[in-house]
Design a protein around this ligand. Structure first.
Ligand SMILES: *[C@@H]1O[C@H](CO)[C@@H](O)[C@H](O)[C@H]1NC(C)=O
Ligand SMILES: *[C@@H]1O[C@H](CO)[C@@H](O)[C@H](O)[C@H]1NC(C)=O
Length: 428
């Protein structure tokens, strides 16, 4: 700690270009010859967390060095950001401290009032304007193209899109396009949480080329037909019963996949479920897999274990799934859930790493992350994107995380609710 701050003090007296070269050299030497591309994802109170996470996660997979920085005014909460839908994140730093640093991309997540809070950050406004003037790549999704970029005058004369409910805020100089992702010159815009992966892959293509974008897309298992309805492969259909507001437990661990965790929490929250996020680590703050995106859980698993839930559903990601598997409180809860015919589920690595070894897939059909499907006893449905077998629900990968959460909404609240949320997310 002392050494680090001494280095920071010394570094503070260096000219900016020397500083960035020194840092680039450290990181670049380990990875490849060239320094990694730098990406800034600013966040603020009310930011849509699925959009922030998809941008950070996917660009990280491409090899970019992503900085998630808070644009909120400095306050008592340090780097904690109260994102939308009750999700608490911890940023890597503050936008105010990054002025003058060079980024290859600045990408603004949406959400309200998140987009308005980004708009009101003067330092961010200056940075994005400079980025645009210098021909650098900048991007925004959901409410942010209209509320933030258009407000700053940075979409003038360009083709752009945004969430349909904000389209009327586009000024006359902007050419509105009703498309999931729009690239025009150095500005990339997109529509909503369910277009966030497509948007992030378009950003990867702009920075690294088409081949890299396809390489990153592979293990995400993105939807074959964006905009199509969700599909549930259902066996032994039963009604998932709840008395009143559905009580849902989402366990999280260090190394949980952020897009999978945040889609579950966000979408179940939108549907009106009471979502409890429980840490299986030794503290509430956990670090997710890709970005080391820090998430603050609501309770520790020991606390959650005293309660009953209508559904327990796990994100994937390694080593998160392995940690779930070795957490006795969680495994006991899951076994109790299965024995009492209550709903439980898992996505990606978790069916193979948590459910299978504890006998929780016995006699059941399940989906799995394809490269791990050989670990399942019954592999007959492991190519499906979402499988429901009685009270069990499983899914495949980050690219099916939205479908997975919508299928849960369908089972808990009915088709009408699931479709209305799917539309809000620009899933279909
Ligand atoms: C929601 O869950 C919390 C525990 O996480 C519980 O204390 C609270 O009573 C629940 N609220 C409702 C409305 O079910
Ligand atoms: C889990 O991540 C948190 C947040 O980064 C860290 O403080 C904690 O030490 C980690 N726990 C383990 C067991 O690695």
């Amino acid at each position: 700690m002392a050494a680090a701050s001494a280095m920071a003090r010394r570094a503070a007296s260096w000219p900016r270009f020397l500083l960035s070269r020194a840092f680039a050299a450290t990181v670049g030497a380990a990875a490849s010859e060239r320094p990694p591309k730098r990406v800034l994802v600013p966040v603020a109170a009310g930011t849509e967390p699925v959009e922030a996470a998809a941008t950070a996660d996917v660009l990280n997979r491409a090899g970019a060095r992503v900085t998630v920085a808070t644009a909120d005014p400095a306050g008592d909460h340090g780097l904690l950001v109260e994102a939308a839908y009750g999700i608490k994140l911890v940023a890597d730093g503050r936008v105010a401290d990054l002025e003058g640093e060079a980024f290859d991309l600045i990408a603004l997540p949406g959400g309200m009032p998140g987009s308005a809070n980004l708009r009101d950050c003067k330092v961010l406004e200056k940075m994005v304007k400079k980025q645009a003037e210098q021909g650098g790549l900048y991007a925004a999704i959901c409410a942010a193209p209209a509320v933030t970029l258009a407000h700053w005058g940075l979409l003038k004369g360009l083709k752009a899109t945004c969430h349909p409910s904000f389209m009327d805020r586009f000024t006359a100089e902007i050419i509105p396009v009703n498309s999931r992702v729009v690239v025009d010159r150095n500005a990339v815009t997109s529509q909503g949480p369910a277009t966030a992966i497509e948007y992030a892959l378009a950003l990867v293509e702009q920075l690294y080329g088409k081949e890299k974008s396809e390489e990153v897309a592979g293990p995400l298992y993105i939807r074959p037909q964006p905009g199509a309805d969700y599909v549930i492969d259902e066996f032994n259909p039963v009604e998932w019963k709840c008395s009143g507001i559905p009580q849902v437990l989402v366990p999280v661990a260090n190394g949980s996949e952020e897009m999978e965790a945040l889609n579950l929490i966000d979408i179940l929250h939108r549907a009106g479920a009471n979502v409890t996020v429980a840490s299986v680590e030794d503290k509430l703050q956990i670090a997710t897999r890709r970005h080391k995106f820090n998430l603050i859980a609501d309770v520790m698993i020991e606390e959650a274990a005293k309660r009953e839930f209508d559904l327990i559903v796990m994100p994937g990601g390694l080593p998160g799934a392995q940690k779930f598997s070795s957490t006795k409180e969680l495994i006991d809860l899951l076994k109790k859930q299965a024995e009492s015919n209550k709903a439980y589920g898992a996505i990606c690595a978790s069916p193979a790493y948590v459910l299978e070894p504890h006998g929780l897939l016995k006699g059941k059909k399940a989906a799995s992350f394809s490269p791990m499907a050989h670990l399942l006893t019954d592999q007959s449905t492991c190519d499906s994107r979402v499988v429901v077998d009685g009270n069990l629900i499983t899914s495949k990968a980050p690219g099916s995380a939205t479908e997975f959460a919508l299928a849960i909404v369908h089972k808990l609240f009915g088709r009408e609710k699931a479709v209305s949320i799917a539309k809000e997310l620009i899933f279909m």
